[in-house]
Each structure stands twice: as C-alpha cells, then as structure tokens.
Design a protein around this ligand. Structure first.
Ligand SMILES: Nc1ncnc2c1ncn2[C@@H]1O[C@H](COP(=O)(O)OP(=O)(O)O)[C@@H](O)[C@H]1O
Ligand SMILES: [Mg+2]
Length: 305
C-alpha cells in the first residue's frame, strides 16, 4: 500500500441507511452526492447494497464497466481502481452491480478490506448507500462512517425497522467500546444477558453499567457519545407526518440516551419517480422541485455551512 503523506486530507465518509427497503436511501444518497459535487467537492458514491445494487441506474450508468465485485474478486487491486466516472464532474461511482448473490453477505475479511481502503480513496466525500435490514454488513459500514444518516418514511414498518437498526448498531458499537475500554469478558456476557436482567433499553443498560463498574462505564459512555446518528424523514405528506422527526429525536433520547441530529424532512414529490423513469438524476431533471430544495438544505446542514 502507498504510504499516506502527512498532509493528505482523509475523505469524510457518510453512510445512508435505515433498515428498510424502498424508503429512498438510494435516491437520497445519489442526490446528496450530486449536491456535493456541484459545490466542487470530489465525491464518490459507493453502492454497499450488494443484494440489491441499483445506484448505477439512478446515476444513468446502465452497464458499469467496473464494480465492487471486480475488487472483491481481485480483478482490480485497489478500491480506487473500481471507480467509474459519471456524467457529472467531481462525481464517481463504485457500483455494486453484478455482485454475486453470495456477496450480499460479505465475509468479514472482505468487508474489512473495503472499509480500510475507503479512507484511502482520493476524494473529499464518500457516500455509502446501504442495503435494507440490520445485517452485520450494513451495521459495520454504518459504524465506520463519520456521519451516520438514517432515512425513515412515516409508516409503522419503517419506524420499527429504523429503531431495530439503530438498536443493533448501538449494541454493536457498545460491544466495541467495552472491548476497547478493556472492560473484560464478564461485561460482554452481561451485555448478552441484558434481557434476562430486565434491561429494556440502551439507556437502562448504561445506568446499570455506571452502578456496577463506574470507572469503565465512564470510558464507555465517552465512546458512545460519538454514536450520534442523524435523521431524514422522507416522503412526508402532511403536518402530522412532519412531526415524526421531532418525535423520534425525543424517543431516541429516552430509549438510547443519545441525541439524534434531525436533518429535516423531504416531501413526497412526484418528480422523484418521474426522474427515475427518465433515468435521470432528480437534481438534473427537476432542479426547481421541492425534493431538490430539501436535498440542498440537508447537504448544507451535513457539510456545516
Ligand atoms: N421524496 C420522495 N417522493 C416521492 N417518491 C420517493 C421519494 N423518495 C423516494 N421515492 C420513491 O421510492 C422509491 C424507492 O427509493 P429508493 O431510493 O430506491 O429506496 P431504497 O434505496 O431505500 O430501497 C423510488 O423509486 C422513488 O419512486
Ligand atoms: Mg437502495
């Protein structure tokens, strides 16, 4: 591997997940990427939904010449070589298409290899489009990112899957935190036994931990402060649905003891489907649409300007 020069700026990695399929993760990921590229940021979209990769279609690339599969099968030696240009300046794609079926579930070594090389990519931003479900693949890509964005739509099933995904991600991070705090195996088994101990939420678990082993609990709490996911509520249609974001922030505070950053809502907008049918990015086909103004607002909030 090439040595990283001391002044090399590492890319910022954003993961877009949420546990449920069909909520708009891919449309939002591609749109955020285009918005960043238009700001002059060099951006890479990585399709991490190996079971249902379709980011290439949203980017108007029907048959990607190179894909993540080429990297995993060692047809190309580095993740950089799996990059494909798109029709837009500053924006490249690592497609997940042609992923073999069994690659829907990557081996741990393959996942680690992708995650390690992510941070070596020559880009300002890398956006990961995650697959549905709370698989270890999705959770580990989510946890590897600097910004962890959840997309939900206002339906009971999406909300349920989002909480499930978040809980799975939280406990996975907690397990890493316990290990790195050197808190020992007995604490890990305590984590396994939480249900039989009557612990119903991550917030309760942290309280128990603070009573049992105050010193390690402090170190663990510190690591867990970085967990901080962000939330986008997509496809909202009325005021009641708009209030879901604030409700979820409060619920996460109570249940997880974490502050979720609410990035805003995106209205249900027929331009999205029309653009997909035209095989063109929404930002290009319908620049004046409500969807595009919502995406621009969310991009500004994430970049911090
Ligand atoms: N804000 C929106 N308004 C209207 N339709 C939307 C919106 N966001 C997503 N969709 C629709 O949802 C479908 C699924 O989006 P997609 O990004 O593929 O979901 P996911 O990646 O979460 O599976 C798209 O085909 C699109 O028509
Ligand atoms: Mg998708």
């Amino acid at each position: 591997m090439m040595p990283i020069s001391p002044d090399k700026i590492l890319p910022k990695v954003w993961a877009i997940g949420g546990g449920k399929g069909g909520v708009g993760k891919s449309v939002i990921t591609s749109s955020l990427g285009i918005a960043l590229a238009r700001k002059g940021k060099r951006c890479v979209l990585l399709d991490a939904d190996l079971g249902g990769a379709n980011l290439h279609t949203l980017m108007g690339v029907p048959y990607p010449k190179r894909t993540l599969t080429d990297f995993l099968l060692r047809k190309v030696s580095s993740l950089n070589d799996a990059l494909m240009p798109t029709s837009m300046p500053n924006l490249s794609l690592i497609s997940g298409s042609r992923a073999m079926l069994e690659m829907g579930n990557l081996h741990n070594a393959q996942k680690t290899k992708i995650i390690r090389q992510l941070f070596d990519l020559d880009a300002d931003y890398i956006l990961l489009d995650l697959g549905a479900g709370s698989t270890f693949n999705s959770l580990d890509f989510f946890l590897a990112a600097h910004e962890r964005v959840m997309v939900v739509v206002p339906t009971p099933t999406s909300i349920e899957n989002a909480y499930h995904f978040l809980k799975a991600a939280y406990y996975r991070q907690l397990k890493h935190a316990i290990r790195s705090a050197g808190a020992g195996k007995d604490l890990e088994s305590y984590l396994e036994e939480k249900v039989s101990l009557g612990i119903r939420s991550p917030a309760q678990f942290m309280e128990h931990l603070s009573e049992r082993i105050p010193k390690a609990a402090m170190a663990i709490r510190k690591v867990m402060q970085d967990f901080s996911p962000r939330l986008i509520v997509n496809q909202v249609q009325n005021m009641e649905e708009i209030s879901l974001g604030d409700q979820m922030v409060v619920a996460c505070r109570d249940f997880f003891g974490i502050e979720m950053g609410y990035l805003g809502n995106v209205k249900s907008d027929e331009c999205v489907l029309r653009a997909i049918q035209m095989r063109r990015p929404v930002l290009e086909a319908f620049p004046g649409s409500p969807f595009v103004s919502a995406i621009n607002g969310i991009t500004r909030r994430l970049v911090g300007d």
